[in-house]
Design a protein around this ligand. Structure first.
Ligand SMILES: Nc1ncnc2c1ncn2[C@@H]1O[C@H](COP(=O)(O)OP(=O)(O)OP(=O)(O)O)[C@@H](O)[C@H]1O
Length: 631
């Protein structure tokens, strides 16, 4: 028999809440499934390395040891409850939160033991988490150039595949429930784009997760950086949502006394141990029974954080205090928690019921929405596009000024070769870097949305490739048209077409390199270094600086990795081969030891460009796969 309270409206449970906090019962109660989360013998250890100083200080001889970030522990949160995890800095709050939703790294050095179950039956796994759960990260990872309304439409349309009036109604209800209606048309914003304040951003992050009616919502420090009034509102909102059916688990670092007064269920951690679990308002009286007295008129949360803090170098008194707290918890609380947990049974939900978010939008809809979002981003935050246009204009102006109307004299031929080299180098450099920066800056949003099963890797990657097409084809063609004739290359239609083809294929291959590095590396500064590391050998072995015939034989193969080498050969042959204006035209490219031919060079650049796109996609897929894998 279930001893769980019926899902009541917020009015029944806590009195009539402010209008801004009312969540539409119709929507939430219809779709959220009742879920209890319980964990048994949960323990997390990581293998860490001691510094020499630490080894000397501790008198240890082993360089490595297993650090127990979570000591074995049990617990539960039932449907209709919001549980707040508290503890001083380093107590293990985030580790426990992530252990409960299977987000911790697991490999031979990091081990998670024990089990976390939904309704005593179904293990919580990262793979299925997106079907019933939501996770709000501490930093608000949002797409800055969408309005609040658009962000919610995006999430609802793709995550739960609703459309038309149902979609509008759902978004309006969610906006209302989080008091976001008055700012629904404002851009979310970031450091570049003016937008929402921290409180509204946090509410938007919560709304994006709540819109798919998760049965359980995890939040990492949802009140951090907010004033106590706003923090209270967020906690009230979470409690209210819990009353409407979503199981809530949140970490909180330093709540004010009024925020603490709102907590219903509390889990207190100290050095990875649970030292209290249960009704937050009974915590103070419990600690008094084991000898910890909270001064009158003080904030219990402040007392807990100060009193139950363990410094890195534990002293005897810290160890003794911890022993008392663990002993107290084991003898007075843990058995009751076990009994309460066992008494709560859910018999009405089968697995299919719990994994309620089984309707997802089709990949085509995902693709459409992603392209639309990027188009809006390009329009609303044109700085990246402006940089591209400025780069192109600068290049055309520079080329025109430096290589104006060259003829067929030896001096002018050298000028034409110099122009071709400059064109290759700047094409590769500009396209690679712009794509790299754009791709990497969006990565956190991609990871968040992918983890919450908003869309798949394929749709995301394809949308990024499609929106690059105008920049890869139209922009280079305009530049070609301008520079080809101002420089004074042979005014022949066929040669002009091939010139354009080489330029566009060069842009294709360099953006592919940008995608590849962007998928491989997460850190923008590391990515910039990697791109430079790749770029320099390209230039060096392009054939212009180093005579490829004079290079050590064992190094000559490197030239075949450089797209600049192929572009150079194709451009030079296109201009000088079989051209009556240059009687000794073939000697011009032969002296660089270019021996492949125009068509093979273009073909190689295109094939490498396409192959790299595929490899980049695979890299992106693999880079997110470990999130869902245990090894
Ligand atoms: N991968 C890791 N390797 C080694 N130690 C780790 C690792 N991850 C976390 N820790 C350590 O484990 C302890 C708990 O970390 P956790 O982030 O869970 O603490 P927290 O209570 O959330 O602290 P805060 O409020 O500062 O975020 C900290 O001492 C942290 O330094």
């Amino acid at each position: 028999m279930s001893n769980i309270k019926p899902i009541a409206t917020s009015e029944e449970m806590i009195g009539k809440p402010p209008e801004c906090l009312v969540v539409s019962p119709k929507i939430s109660m219809r779709e959220s499934k009742r879920v209890k989360i319980s964990w048994k013998n949960l323990r997390y250890t990581v293998r860490v390395q001691r510094s020499r100083k630490q080894m000397e200080e501790l008198g240890e001889t082993d360089k490595y040891y297993d650090k127990e970030l979570l000591k074995p522990q049990n617990g539960f949160v039932q449907n209709g409850e919001a549980m707040f995890i508290m503890g001083s800095s380093g107590a293990g709050k985030t580790t426990l939160l992530n252990a409960l939703c299977d987000r911790l790294t697991q490999n031979k050095h990091c081990k998670l033991e024990g089990e976390v179950l939904l309704n005593d039956t179904y293990p919580v796994t990262q793979r299925d988490f997106g079907k019933y759960g939501g996770y709000v990260t501490q930093d608000d990872i949002l797409f800055p150039t969408l309005t609040v309304y658009e962000a919610l439409v995006f999430a609802a349309r793709l995550k739960i595949n609703i459309k038309g009036d149902e979609l509008k109604q759902k978004v309006e209800d969610t906006l209302g429930s989080l008091s976001l209606r008055h700012i629904k048309d404002r851009l979310i914003g970031n450091s570049d784009v003016k937008g929402l304040g921290p409180a509204d951003k946090k509410k938007t992050s919560i709304a994006i997760e709540l819109i798919s009616n998760p049965s359980v919502l995890f939040l990492d420090e949802p009140t951090s950086g907010l004033d106590s009034f706003t923090a209270n509102k967020i906690v009230e909102l979470l409690k209210n949502q819990a009353r409407l059916g979503t199981t809530i688990i949140a970490t909180i670092h330093q709540p004010s006394s009024s925020t603490f007064g709102l907590f219903d269920r509390l889990l207190l951690l100290m050095d990875g141990n649970t030292i209290y679990q249960g009704d937050a308002q009974k915590a103070a009286s419990y600690f008094e029974t084991i000898g910890f007295f909270i001064p009158t008129f003080s904030n219990p949360a402040d007392y807990f954080l100060k009193e139950f803090f363990i410094p890195y170098k534990k002293e005897q008194k810290d160890i003794q205090k911890l022993d008392i707290l663990i002993e107290g918890y084991n003898t007075r609380i843990s058995q009751d928690i076990k009994k309460e947990d066992e008494a709560i049974k859910f018999q009405d939900d089968d697995e299919q019921d719990i994994m309620n978010r089984n309707t997802k939008a089709s990949p085509l809809v995902e693709l459409g929405y992603l392209i639309l979002r990027t188009a809006k981003n390009t329009y609303r935050n044109p700085s990246a596009t402006n940089i591209r246009i400025t780069q192109a204009i600068m290049m055309v102006v520079l080329i025109t000024l430096c290589f104006w109307d060259l003829g067929t004299s030896e001096r002018d031929i050298n000028g034409k070769v110099g122009f071709i080299f400059f064109l290759c180098v700047s094409t590769i450099f500009n396209s690679m870097n712009v794509v790299l920066v754009l791709f990497i800056s969006e990565r956190p949003v991609f990871i968040r949305e992918y983890s919450s099963k908003t869309y798949g890797v394929w749709s995301y990657y394809l949308s990024k490739s499609i929106v690059e097409v105008p920049f890869e084809v139209i922009a280079p063609l305009i530049s070609c048209l301008l520079v080809y004739f101002t420089v004074g290359l042979t005014p022949d239609f066929d040669r002009f077409v091939i010139f354009c083809l080489v330029t566009v294929s060069g842009v294709l291959v360099s953006t592919s390199f940008g995608f590849f590095i962007g998928c491989l590396v997460r850190d923008p500064s590391v990515a910039a270094q990697v791109s430079l590391l790749m770029y320099l050998p390209f230039v060096f072995f392009g054939g212009f600086f180093v005579n490829l015939g004079d290079v050590f034989t064992f190094l000559r193969w490197i030239q075949y990795l450089s797209p600049i080498r192929y572009m150079m050969e194709a451009f030079l042959r296109n201009e000088f081969e079989d051209n009556s204006d240059y009687p000794n035209g073939d000697q011009i490219y032969e002296k660089y030891h270019y021996d492949l031919g125009t068509a093979p060079c273009i073909l190689i650049v295109i094939v490498v460009g396409i192959a790299l796109r595929m490899i980049a996609l695979l890299t992106l897929k693999l880079s997110v796969t470990p999130i869902f894998k245990k090894s």
